[in-house]
Design a protein around this ligand. Sequence first.
Ligand code: SAM
Length: 267
Amino acid sequence: MGDNRRVSEDRWAPLADRSVGGHCGSLRGRVRTYVIDQHLRWHLPDPPAAVVDVGGGAGHQALPLARDGYHVTIVDPSPAMLARAGELVAREPEDVRDRVSLVQAAGQDAPEALGGRRFAGVLCHGVLMYLEEPAPFVAALAELADDEGVVSIAAKNQRCLAVSPALAGRWVEALAAFDADRQVNGLDVDTRADAVDGLSQLLSDNVVEPVAWYGVRLFTDGWTTDLRPLDNEEDVLAVELEASRRDPYRQLSRLFHLIGIRHRAEP
Ligand SMILES: C[S@@+](CC[C@H](N)C(=O)[O-])C[C@H]1O[C@@H](n2cnc3c(N)ncnc32)[C@H](O)[C@@H]1O
């Protein structure tokens, strides 16, 4: 689904509505956005720092940053996803709109498409699972980061792929998932998963030091839209955030959120 080279057709167009709806239209989507946002805020420098969101899609993760004063560049190869982002940005006040730029490019091409510009924050959430080959992509993310810039990646957690099918009662699939690194996701796309140590090594290979990792979405991962929490949504978010930060919970979360800091160049 993702494209490690250039994108000649918009393969995200048929998925755009479901992907965008999944963010705000479901508790599990809101948990993902919230947990990643909380960790990001902890690591990013204060606004008005410049951040780039690679594979930023409709901008759900990036727009709140722009509202808070960050200068945000959303890079995505999909015209359909960028059109969604454009619609959301158009609803914002003028000062927020002025802080957001949309650029059509694949992540691997982003350093060139952005003219060599470097950023205090490089975000890439929910994209690596759609790419067959993560190494060149991670190298491009590192290239976009300024000295001491933050690189923030959310990826599918390969170490616990059996959890989701097992909790859904698909036992044959669960058994096979223990040694797998692929799984069909909620958008019916065959996705690839990463492990924290493997992705950390890829960052290190590209002069980005891994400094922290978190889980993203544990208890609500299997929640369907017909389920309603007995307590307030803010209580759900608080529980998921707590689980994201401590073992063993974070290890069993569906996604992981890895933070790295790019080394300062030698003078
Ligand atoms: C599940 S959406 C995630 C959107 C956003 N990062 C978020 O967390 O809300 C995946 C996005 O990856 C984008 N994508 C797919 N292949 C890509 C590539 N090679 N480079 C950059 N983005 C890509 C898709 O167009 C889509 O917008």
